[in-house]
Write a protein that binds this ligand. Sequence first.
Ligand code: NAD
Ligand code: MN
Length: 357
Amino acid sequence: MRTYKIAAIPADGIGPEVIEAGLEVLSALEKRDGTIKFDVETFDWGSDYYKQHGVMMPDDGLEQLKPFDAIYFGAVGAADVPDHITLWGLRLPICQGFDQYANVRPTKIIPGVSSPLKDVGVGDLDWVIVRENSEGEYSGHGGRAHKGMPEEVGTEVSIFTRVGVTRIMRYAFALAQSRPRKHLTVVTKSNAQRFGMVMWDEIAAEIAAEFPDVTWDKMLVDAMTVRMVKDPKSIDTIVATNLHADILSDLAGALAGSLGVAPTANIDPEKRFPSMFEPIHGSAFDITGKGIANPVASFWTASQMLDHLGEPEASARLMRAVERVCADGIVTPDVGGTATTSEVTDAVCEAIRRENI
Ligand code: NAD
Ligand code: MN
């Protein structure tokens, strides 16, 4: 029996709804496989915890998470707690504390979910965006002088290091190499931003030499948004900075049909610490408690988690089950269906049980 210790942090809004659904599916996989076991512990951290304790997680939160093999995360965000507290109090400390420097965001069109792009269907859009997750524009450097005065100045300093850029570039080239088309697009804004971004371009060329079988090209981020809309088939793997990839991946999610299906993984490729798997979407308070949250993003990220844990067969089985259920039209209202979260979940569990391969 291969046992994996999973820390579940459902947190806020629809987070608990989609994580509960994901845990049911993992349990169906356990039964179907017979040789995998998930040892799940659930943590009640998040906005409700904050309202009681004044912090989103306990001071020794990272220490508590360290022994786990992976973290399965829902979403944060509450109407009555400021966003900077929910974001900087839980998700970011985990990403930064565990040096999860590669944020991996697969996007493809799932059968039964339609793209807003004309004539773009299943197979026409199959991308992975690699987002640098530890430095760049979100490194927290900057400040405000003369606050509130007419002469106020605010700075937002973007920091790139050779170590940081080299490691994300190597990760992205290796990922591109593992995909059928073996192509990487390196996105920067090196025409206008002349220092860190030019360094990105130079390091990309250096690392490319280590991967002779991977083809690659460079794009400016603004032109990349146009290419994503006009020529989605020309794209395979993308690597970009924290800010640029944040924006590109929201666009990618929209082009693939819905935020409710888009997954993400925050990975420490060296496996020194647990990596964290989560849907891209937030807590969606407009639909919380209605039982209609789309659980597909949380299933897909569970499949990323299985890959990371070294269980590619269970990962592929889960994705086949999800695609079959979506193709049968058992989908939630955000993608045009009428199914509830639990109907989709039951159907995916049933598809896992029945699959005879
Ligand atoms: P959101 O992702 O929560 O919701 C945006 C829209 O998409 C809403 O209409 C919502 O109903 C819909 N949606 C999202 N996920 C869905 C799903 N699984 N099924 C069906 N519909 C879904 O973004 P928002 O409304 O901008 O933010 C709400 C809160 O979430 C804010 O507090 C924000 O800071 C937070 N947030 C957190 C994360 C995160 O935890 N990683 C990410 C984004 C936003
Ligand atoms: Mn974003």
